[in-house]
Design a protein. Structure first.
Length: 75
């Protein structure tokens, strides 16, 4: 799954336009053999190579959204 919100992504891009190489966020849905699982890279890790401070509030906003989407999808 690939998803994003331009209003949120723009905040990361304003900190470092190179973040566009890693955005929009992605989540992997896969069969484990015993069920379906989902995985995604934590935004602070995903964008760590760019000039976005690790404590930038936007990273927590992105993490919360990814968690909410994957949690809701798992229901």
């Amino acid at each position: 799954m690939i998803f994003g919100d331009p209003r949120i992504g723009a905040q990361a891009l304003s900190a470092d336009p190179m973040a566009a190489l890693d955005l929009p966020a992605k989540a992997l849905v896969y069969d484990t053999g015993s069920g379906i699982a989902m995985a995604y890279e934590v935004p602070a890790d995903m964008l760590s190579e760019w000039s976005i401070p690790s404590d930038a509030p936007i990273l927590q906003v992105m993490a919360d959204i990814l968690d909410r989407i994957t949690t809701d999808a798992a229901k």
